[in-house]
Write a protein that binds this ligand. Structure first.
Ligand code: PLP
Length: 454
């Protein structure tokens, strides 16, 4: 028996030698890892032959769907033509130049310069240095503080995890590093109390601006935020939040970084989440959907205002990664952008599959243990609750989200659990029939979880 068809042998090797990310490896080893072996379209297959609808696009990334010939061929052609060369020391290559031109076309108009990394975390660590470098060049080195948010997720490297607002991550490794303040989350379900969603949005925007004023805006370089918080549970902010907050940041000359690692490249039905929220950021951080997850790539978009200072006043930015602008990753990104454009997938998310799924997804909130069901484009969540009117949660020990996640997998759908919130972000190629299947499995998962919770 070859390794590829022996689930037991794969599990044995994995348990003996693989330390998994964001996994309790001891618990995992006691039960054996789920082995995913194949993927096509919106479906995965595990080593036991089960077909599973990939409701999370891998990890919010396989936006164009699995197994796209165009992307695979583009990567393979690139590797044959130029396997690798770096972009340091006055060197470039055709793919990184072409990708930069394409990004300047699809991003908001103020973005015309791009720096490349290998991941979203590296993009956010890059921003940490880039913002401080910018203010040093502007003669204001004291503007070194960052504002981020509780519940925000920006990655796992040192600055990115520090910018993120997860206590569980800060506890490991002595984070956050100095110079970061975490503002409240615009999560109405958890913290909105008796306020309407719109009132709460303004309330949190004002709380954040008060925090900024207490610190002193002359000491603050930038604020980072995801347009819609993803890993924090798909928190769609009240519509009043971003306009009030971004106007306040502009008045105080604080740069805005839109973390588009999940929202970018069409996930919300707009090319970038900042466009949906009506903000005009100074930086974009990107990864995941830029290559539809086929090859790792991250990028930082630098606005004209910042680029002008970097180019006119700066010298060499002493920063970069071996794989900054890796040719194969750039080829995957170019092929992905072509697919998004030619198949009009962003429009499809906004006007076709997004609204179709929304109308079905919203009905999940009719169930007594589902408090709210939210969805914007193709990023959505529903929230389990013990009592809708008081928005009371289940006890943490009940691990309702984990129970639901297991039911979901067993019934052929990947949904992610964030506490007691179940999250989806399916590929943009999802058909209406596949959307029906997704919602009908989600309904079944809710019933099974309800029975377990009783
Ligand atoms: N920013 C956001 C909004 C993310 O969701 C993620 C990952 O999920 C990251 C940054 C980090 O990206 P990566 O895992 O590629 O380092």
């Amino acid at each position: 028996m070859t390794l590829s068809n022996s689930t037991a042998e794969i599990r044995r090797l994995d348990a003996a030698h693989h330390l998994h990310p964001f996994t309790n490896t001891r618990e995992l080893n006691a039960r054996g890892a789920r082995v995913i072996t194949q993927s096509s379209g919106v479906y995965l297959q595990d080593s036991e032959g089960n077909r599973i609808l990939d409701g999370m696009s891998g990890l919010w990334c396989v936006n164009a769907g699995h197994g796209r010939r165009d992307i695979i061929d583009a990567v393979s052609r690139q590797l044959e033509e130029l396997t690798f060369y770096n972009t340091f020391f006055n060197t470039t290559h055709p793919s990184v130049a072409e990708l930069s031109g394409l990004l300047s076309e699809v991003t908001p108009p103020q973005f015309n310069y791009f720096h490349y990394t290998g991941s979203g975390s590296e993009s956010n660590d890059t921003i940490f240095r880039l913002v401080r470098y910018y203010w040093e060049l502007e003669g204001k080195p004291e503007k070194s503080i960052f504002i981020s948010r509780r519940g925000g997720y920006h990655g796992s490297t040192v600055a990115a995890a520090s910018l993120g607002g997860f206590g569980s991550m800060h506890k490991q490794g002595g984070l956050p590093i100095a110079g970061i303040y975490h503002a409240p989350s615009p999560d109405w379900w958890s913290y909105g109390g008796d306020m309407s969603s719109d009132e709460f949005g303004l309330h949190v925007a004002h709380q954040t601006l008060s925090l900024i004023d207490a610190i002193g805006s002359d000491r603050i370089g930038a604020m980072i935020g995801e347009p819609i918080m993803g890993a924090g549970g798909v928190i769609v902010p009240p519509k009043t939040y971003w306009p009030a907050l971004s106007a306040g940041l502009k008045e105080r000359d604080i740069l805005l970084i839109s973390d588009e690692v999940i929202c970018g490249f069409g996930r919300t039905g707009e090319w970038f989440g900042c466009e949906l929220m009506g903000t005009e950021p100074d930086f974009l951080t990107m990864a995941k959907g830029i290559t539809s997850g086929y090859i790792p790539l991250g990028a930082v978009g630098v606005s004209d205002r910042v680029a002008k200072v970097l180019l006119e006043k700066g010298g060499e930015f002493a920063h970069g990664h071996t794989y900054s602008g890796h040719p194969a990753a750039c080829a995957a990104a170019i092929a992905t952008l072509k697919i998004l454009r030619e198949e009009k997938l962003v429009d499809r998310v906004r006007t076709d599959i997004g609204p179709y799924l929304k109308q079905k997804w919203k009905t999940l909130a009719d169930h007594p243990i589902v408090g709210e069901a939210v969805i914007e484009g193709l990023i959505g969540a529903f929230q389990f609750t013990k009592d809708k009117s008081s928005r009371k949660g289940f006890d943490e020990d009940a691990r309702i989200g984990m129970i639901a996640r297991e039911h979901s997998f067993k019934n052929g759908l990947v949904m992610r659990a964030v506490g007691d919130r179940m999250v989806i972000a399916p590929p943009f190629t999802l058909t209406h029939e596949e959307a029906d299947e997704l919602v009908s499995i989600a309904q079944k998962v809710i019933e099974l979880t309800y029975a377990d919770a009783k």
